[in-house]
Write a protein that binds this ligand. Structure first.
Ligand SMILES: [Zn+2]
Length: 336
């Protein structure tokens, strides 16, 4: 042991809880998180999502009560997903998406009024609102009509922005939608106050199952593999990210997060803008299931998963664990 050089002594750098925290380039804190909420068009609704422990679909009033509790303990941002449940609410072109009486626009107004410091992100897509469950307007043959879909998505984004959203986040993956949204915002004169977060590297796969239960957005036929990236498509993700940056995205997103750390790292190295990573429903539910089976401690694994996402290069983490982290991050540092 005596022959070891002094520089081999590494333990001194992380023997204390605080010095362990100093080893991370990006630290988990309350500003790291965006919390996803599912808001339905029912008058009263608080329905547990069976496949996602502690996650509920709520109507507008119940969502406001829930958000109020979280704002008290430090919630900084939420991302809203609308869930139309009324019979007849869905049609070919997803008309309910930007209905001013719909739950998303009503919730934006209410949150802006009641929580002035809360940063409001709204997911922009049509799949929750179309009767076919796909993320755009279809051609006769069932494929997505790019031009019509992009125009419709841009209109929906503008409606959310005009209602007061700080950020619109198109998740539809139609080619060219970032540019179309930016142009819409510029012609409305509000581009300076609306951030565009693009779901750029959104991979297809089986980790979205619980979300689709929550958002009731499973396609009625086919799947989304023709417009979501194949899981092995690293180069394709690089191109999608570069394209969205060139079209004016302010933030780009990688989704899912934990299985795509290399994609986060690629984006970090190639571009100078904030990177969001979506720890999706399947990742969340897997961690819960394994913890319930005694494989590991829930909190330790939740931290480990988010620290890995930040270490790979993410700035922002969209996670269903947000309410837990708001509490955990208030605990004494020795417990972290
Ligand atoms: Zn969609």
């Amino acid at each position: 042991m005596e022959s070891l050089p002094v520089s081999s002594k590494l333990h001194s750098g992380y023997h204390h809880p605080l010095s362990r925290i100093w080893q991370s380039d990006r630290r988990v804190n309350k500003s790291t998180f965006i919390y996803p909420v599912f808001v339905s068009d029912l008058d009263r609704d608080e329905t547990a999502i069976k496949s996602m422990p502690n996650v509920y679909r709520r109507s507008v009033p119940e969502t406001i009560v829930h958000i109020a509790e979280l704002v008290k303990i430090g919630l900084r941002s939420t991302i809203i997903f609308g869930v139309p449940l009324h019979p007849g609410a869905k049609d070919e072109r997803g008309s309910a998406a930007d209905d001013v009486q719909g739950p998303v626009i009503r919730l934006i107004h209410a949150l802006r009024e009641q929580f002035p410091d809360l940063f409001i992100v709204v997911d922009v897509c049509l799949c929750e609102y179309t009767n076919h469950g796909h993320c755009g307007v279809l051609n006769q043959d069932g494929t997505l009509n790019n031009a019509t879909s992009v125009a419709r998505i841009a209109d929906v984004a503008l409606a959310y922005a005009e209602a007061g959203a700080h950020c619109v986040a198109p998740s539809d993956m139609n080619d060219g939608r970032i540019l179309a949204i930016k142009r819409k915002l510029i012609s409305a004169g509000i581009e300076h106050r609306v951030l565009v977060m693009s779901y750029s590297a959104k991979f297809s796969g089986c980790l979205y199952g619980p979300f689709r239960n929550a958002a009731c957005s499973t396609p009625s036929f086919g799947d989304r593999r023709s417009y979501q990236l194949p899981p092995a498509g690293r180069a394709l993700a690089w191109r999608a990210v570069a394209r969205d940056v060139a079209e004016g995205a302010d933030v780009i997103m990688v989704k899912p997060a934990g299985s795509y750390l290399d994609i986060i790292s690629d984006a970090r190295k190639s571009h100078h803008l904030p990177i969001a990573a979506y720890q999706v429903s399947g990742e969340y539910s897997m961690i819960h299931a394994a913890a319930a089976a005694g494989v590991f401690d829930l909190k330790s694994m939740a931290f480990e998963s988010v620290e890995a996402i930040l270490r790979a290069g993410a700035t922002i983490v969209i996670s269903y664990f947000t309410p837990d982290f708001l509490m955990w991050l208030d605990e004494p540092v020795s417990k972290l």
